[in-house]
Design a protein around this ligand. Sequence first.
Ligand code: HEC
Length: 195
Amino acid sequence: MKKSRLGVGANSALLLASVMTLAAGCAQESATSTGPAADTSVVDGEGNIRVPTDYRMPYQTLGTWAIAADTGKGSKEMHIVYASPGAAAAYQKTRQFPDGTVLVKEVYETQTADMTTGTVSHAQKLKGWFVMVKDSKNSHPGKPLWGDGWGWSWFDASNPTHTTSTDYKNDCQSCHTPAQATDWIYVNGYPVLQK
Ligand code: HEC
């Protein structure tokens, strides 16, 4: 009896050790895979932002905005918004975007035509991207494209690696003031965040 108990004890210790190793491995893996703050493909060491490469498949589509034509029917622009992997699920739980979250807003010129469903506009020509990177820790103090918990930049379609923005306070912030209470993001446009 005593012997068998000892045996069980030894086995459990072994099991515990391997579970701990496994857990450590998982923790390490999730630290690298959910640590988009370290995503050097979007932010370099100097805090320069670029449009993420090949984001359309791994990123999740949050929603689309249709900007009405000044005259006549249809939309003159469509804005399609994407979030980096895991951001929407985290937002559903915490009502906050985790640090490192990348939001991409594509801006398209449209084409409007009569289709069998009615008068329909669709995305036609990409004009460029708005990109925001969540940074609650204010990791880039003194950089004019970082502040209020985000990095902010616009990119012309011809140049996804170099922003034409110079200062988010002039280039972005005033237009986002109506969304200040929701961390500057127009979350009401994104069904997947509503839950
Ligand atoms: C003319 C006003 C205006 C300016 C300037 C502006 N934004 Fe926005 N932005 C909006 C509005 C309104 C929306 C949501 C509706 C839409 O897309 O039309 C939005 C949406 C976004 C989104 C999608 C996430 C969200 O907030 O819903 C991103 C990303 C974004 N803007 C980034 C930027 C960045 C970065 C800048 C500066 C380089 C900027 N914006 C400048 C008005 C503006």
